[in-house]
Design a protein around this ligand. Structure first.
Ligand SMILES: *Cc1c(COP(=O)(O)O)cnc(C)c1O
Length: 367
């Protein structure tokens, strides 16, 4: 008898859907045999990364025969100094994705439940289901998190609540007042993960700094990343901030050398390059304006976004538009995996990339 290694897998893993990433440029190049492809699919920084970060990563390559600093001392110190934290409140991850998984591994099991919103980041269901916990999915309000609906799902099995602020793929965000009110109502033994992957882009005055909540609430973990505004997606580095106790627990299930040496060095250097971050933010602000204006002219609707991406409603033609854009060398993100089949998520690019996107949309036509 042959062994069935599908059914040998954990039940909860058998029903998992693998994460569908944006198509890599090299893959579309192979398929089309062309080479000037524009990728607006993965919310990467169109300006690349800080020169200082690149330089630091290159230098770190000289020592890659050595294990990296498993404690990430230098990067944690730089983060602690920048944000007024203790190093013991910080954990580093192989992307902030890594930290979301550490949370699931340390706090969830087959008996527990985690709450997150419909149309929230696709990694939450994967992390939760991978450890056999139950995913409780709250309905949205105007495409964004409905905090009272989330609260209504709390049971005595709830261990973790994931909130992305702003959210991906919708670009929606929560203000300081509503988030504070929510945190006051969440039972304080439930860990609230505030995923702030795009916080560096948000300029709304009502947008809360998740780190400021740490002084008031002990049940919060803020996660951030160097993948988006800092432009280091390929190196995989993110961080989590929480109480010493939570960080200690997460560290117990962390791989000893989860963040590689070039990533540690680049992230540390990136933190010190405020000019690059400002430039990225400014480009994004102008790009978002250009998108809103260009969409309006064409009678296209989008979900108002504060991130570096925008979910555009193409109605029933969304998949066709996606396919046509691919043929024209533009990669955007289908939101079928998010059960938003009428939407395409487009990353805000450089000025030229944004213009090109709308030129291609006009070629495809909207009729
Ligand atoms: C991109 C993203 C992340 C994490 O990305 P990493 O590259 O793993 O740091 C986390 N949350 C959201 C909502 C994201 O969009």
């Amino acid at each position: 008898m042959t062994c069935d290694f599908y059914h040998q897998a954990n039940k909860s893993v058998q029903s998992l859907q693998a994460y569908a990433p944006g198509k890599p440029i090299s893959e579309l190049e192979r398929e089309l045999g062309i080479d000037n492809i524009t990728k607006l699919a993965s919310n990467e920084n169109p300006l690349g990364c800080s020169k200082k970060a690149l330089e630091a990563a290159r230098k770190a390559l000289e020592d890659i025969s050595l294990y990296p600093d498993g404690n990430g001392f230098a990067l944690k110190t730089a983060l602690a100094n920048k944000y007024g934290l203790q190093a013991s409140q910080l954990i580093l991850g192989n992307g902030s994705n890594d930290i979301l998984e550490l949370v699931a591994r340390a706090y969830l099991n087959e008996q527990s439940e985690a709450i997150f919103s419909q149309y929230a980041f696709a990694v939450y269901p994967i992390a939760v289901q991978a450890v056999g916990a139950k995913a409780c999915i709250s309905p949205v309000k105007d495409w964004g998190h409905d905090l009272s609906a989330m609260l209504a799902l709390v049971t005595d099995k709830t261990k973790v609540i994931f909130i992305a602020n702003p959210n991906n793929p919708t670009g929606t965000w929560l203000g300081e007042g509503e988030l504070r009110q929510f945190l006051e109502q969440v039972p304080d033994h439930i860990l609230v993960v505030l995923d702030e992957a795009y916080c560096e882009y948000v300029e709304e005055s009502e947008y809360p700094d998740g780190l400021a909540f740490l002084a008031e609430f002990e049940n919060i973990l803020v996660t951030r990343t160097f993948s988006k505004a800092y432009g280091l997606a390929g190196l995989r580095v993110g961080y989590g901030v929480a109480s010493e106790t939570i960080i200690d627990i997460l560290n117990r299930v962390r791989q000893p050398f989860n963040v590689n040496a070039p990533a540690l060095a680049a992230a540390e250097a990136a933190l010190s390059d405020g000019a690059f971050l400002s430039e990225s933010r400014e480009l994004n602000r102008k790009g978002l304006c250009f998108f809103m204006k260009s969409l309006g002219i064409r009678g296209l609707n989008a979900i108002p976004s504060v991130g570096n991406f925008i979910a555009i409603d193409f109605g029933e033609r969304a998949q066709l538009v996606n396919d046509e854009l691919l043929k024209k060398g533009i990669i955007v993100r289908s939101l079928i995996p998010y059960q938003m089949p009428n939407f395409l998520r487009v990353t805000i690019g450089t000025e030229q990339e944004n213009i090109l996107f709308f030129e291609k949309i006009d070629e495809i036509g909207l009729a």
